[in-house]
Design a binder for this molecule. Structure first.
Ligand SMILES: Cc1ncc(COP(=O)(O)O)c(C=O)c1O
Length: 459
């Protein structure tokens, strides 16, 4: 008897939060409920989600960046359907895989920067970065890694060691070793570390995701030169920025930098299937997989799986056919322009910044006495409450989903699907305008929300 998926979903629709709470992550369930991020979504398409009441939500979060081509893209869906009917010889393991080979060729021949001619496929962003660290060690025979402040590369133990965010590292600090943090953009510190001659790799997000921090224009080009001079590999973590997010195919292109190793993940499979990829040069491959008996010295069971490859092949075609890199640049510029005019109107906005459709709105302490009092009250209890008080009316009243960019800073981040159109952007701006207008009234609903949080936090 087949699994009646539709019936299963219909029978249990609405139980999402209870299931999360009982079997997966009770704390997460509490938080989602508390901040109103618990609608029962029943459908997703393009840059939109719909809940069980028929409300249309604008998704400015895109599953942390995986839905670059939009949710439920027809071309990706169609490719998956075709694949399922083939009864393809997937994951033979001691054998070969056509589809993964074709995806590797497409990535290298049509997308990769020059010199990166080999691919290792895995299942996530962290796994890609983790593998890149191993490869850099094998190539350089050095044991030390450099990473940037605020940098995020995943939450496995190795990627935690190069994580520039205290909130993730805190509990594990005693067992994280062999990596040193440099301030993002600080070339003097970088050179001082590299000059010791013991650094295997500098791992860097060209635009840092947690906060949307862009380096000074000379940072990456000079970092490239310094890495070459001191025999260190430059690993560009493009897990989030890759494949169009910042308005270029790869964010490194903003500075004409070619890394030694590049990691990809999130948007590569259209959001349907876990995938990660390390793009690297043959000279590095030869040091890792250095003999016949080392041909599987780095490997993962699901790495070459057909479904991820099918999704990847279709997704890469969509990115090209629909001009999504160009749309990301165009819509990003439009969003930033409109946000900048809001920044002139609202004293709570300190800065808006970003590249392509990776945009940050940073808030800062207002000048007006009354607003300042509200600001201080909320921040006295928790650094994240202010942004949450903005995001709550955004989702509850305007049905727009977005996120706090980083713990402890007043930054909201937008990483919508790259198919975002002008209507979507206008809808966001109009809603954001209304929420900000309310936030500039003290007392007012936003600050009431804040004090509601304050009370909950104190409890
Ligand atoms: C730049 C970057 N690298 C690595 C990762 C980790 O990816 P994953 O969550 O798939 O392990 C992320 C996730 O957000 C990321 O943004």
């Amino acid at each position: 008897m087949s699994l009646d998926l539709l019936q299963l979903i219909q029978r249990h629709q609405g139980e999402q939060l209870a299931l999360l709470s009982q079997y997966i992550n009770p704390q997460m369930a509490k938080v989602l409920k508390m901040i109103g991020f618990d609608p029962v979504y029943v459908r997703g398409q393009g840059a939109h989600l719909w809940d069980n009441q028929g409300n249309d939500y604008l998704d400015m979060l895109s599953g942390f960046g995986v839905f670059a081509v939009g949710r439920s893209h027809p071309k990706v869906k169609d490719a998956i359907r075709q694949y399922l009917d083939l009864d393809s010889p997937n994951l033979v393991k001691m054998g070969t895989q056509l589809l993964a080979g074709l995806l590797a060729r497409k990535l290298i021949d049509e997308f990769s920067p020059p010199g990166l001619d080999t691919v290792f496929f895995c299942n996530s962003g962290a796994e890609a970065v983790d593998g890149a660290l191993k490869f850099a060690h094998a190539f350089t025979q050095r044991g030390k890694f450099l990473y940037c402040e605020h940098g995020f590369h995943g939450l496995t133990l190795a990627t935690l060691a190069i994580n520039g965010l205290k909130e993730f590292r805190g509990d594990y600090e005693a067992i994280l070793d062999g990596a040193t943090q440099v301030p993002f953009g600080n070339l003097a510190r970088l050179e001082a570390e590299l000059a010791r001659g013991d650094v295997a790799a500098l791992v860097v997000e060209p635009v840092i995701g947690h906060g949307v921090f862009t380096p000074p224009d000379d940072f990456l080009p000079r970092a490239r030169e310094l890495c070459t001079r001191y025999g260190t590999l430059l690993i560009a973590d493009e897990v989030q920025t890759g494949l169009g997010r910042t308005g270029k195919l790869f964010a490194c292109e903003h500075w004409n930098v070619v890394p030694d190793i590049m990691t990809l993940s999130k948007s590569l499979s259209g959001g349907y299937c876990p995938i990660g990829a390390i793009l690297y040069p043959r000279k590095v491959y030869e040091r890792v997989f250095s003999s016949l008996d080392r041909c599987m010295v780095h490997s993962t069971t699901f790495g070459l799986n057909d479904l991820a490859a099918v999704c990847g092949l279709a997704t890469l075609e969509v990115i090209r056919e629909e001009g999504l890199v160009e749309n990301s640049a165009r819509m990003g510029t439009y969003l930033l322009e409109r946000l900048k005019s809001l920044a002139e109107k609202y004293e709570l906005i300190r800065e808006v910044r970003g590249r392509g459709l990776m945009v940050a709105i940073e808030f800062g302490q207002p000048r007006s006495v009354t607003l300042k009092a509200g600001w201080k009250m909320i921040h006295g209890v928790n650094q994240d409450l202010f942004c949450q008080s903005i995001l709550m009316p955004l989702i509850m009243d305007h049905h727009i989903l977005a996120q706090v960019a980083v713990h402890g800073k007043d930054i909201i981040k937008l990483i919508p699907p790259l198919v975002l159109d002008r209507n979507d952007a206008d809808r966001f701006i109009e809603a954001f305008d209304r929420v900000l207008a309310a936030a500039h009234r003290f007392p007012g609903p936003i600050w009431d929300l804040g004090s509601h949080f304050v009370k909950a936090a104190l409890r």
